[in-house]
Design a protein around this ligand. Structure first.
Ligand SMILES: [Zn+2]
Ligand SMILES: [Zn+2]
Length: 160
């Protein structure tokens, strides 16, 4: 049987109410099946990468404080990983050694908005994660974090 969106929404709403009225039931059930629940969630995310991204975006928007707290706790628990990550970000050898000169060119500002450039973008899309990265200086431009994210999101949307 297929439910109409209205029916589905109503069912979800009554599930929500039931859960809110019986918090212990779910807590215990979840604790008893934690591994299965986590595996189920993992499989679901793997099968629905886009919905999963959308859901976590919504969650982050609705719970910015929780997310921030979790990140801070993770950092406090993993000082070595944090250090390694910082090192990687500032590694002068990245992009065949062109990273710093690309950032310094264009007066250190983002080619898009003129804000402070903190990362290097590959014009042809062949970046670090590409099987054949193109670190030719002509292919590299300095960008700020926000323009870079927007740019890649626009590309992703165009392809989906
Ligand atoms: Zn920018
Ligand atoms: Zn990029």
């Amino acid at each position: 049987m297929t439910l109409t969106p209205e029916q589905r929404e109503r069912r979800r709403e009554s599930d929500r109410k039931w859960r809110a009225a019986n918090p212990e039931y779910y807590r215990q059930r979840y604790a008893a099946n934690r591994e299965k629940a986590q595996e189920y969630a993992r499989n679901w995310r793997a099968a629905h990468p886009e919905k999963s991204r959308e859901n976590s975006r919504k969650y982050r928007e609705a719970n910015p404080e929780k997310v921030k707290g979790r990140i801070l706790r993770w950092r406090a628990d993993h000082p070595d990983r944090v250090k390694a990550h910082k090192h990687k970000l500032h590694d002068k050898e990245r992009f065949n050694g062109y990273r710093q000169s690309v950032l310094n060119a264009n007066q250190g500002v983002c080619v898009n908005c003129g804000g402070k450039a903190i990362l290097v973008h590959h014009i042809d899309g062949r970046g670090r994660d590409h099987p054949a990265p193109n670190h030719d200086p002509k292919n590299l431009v300095p960008m700020c974090n926000s323009c870079h994210a927007k740019h890649h999101k626009a590309i992703q949307d165009a392809h989906s």
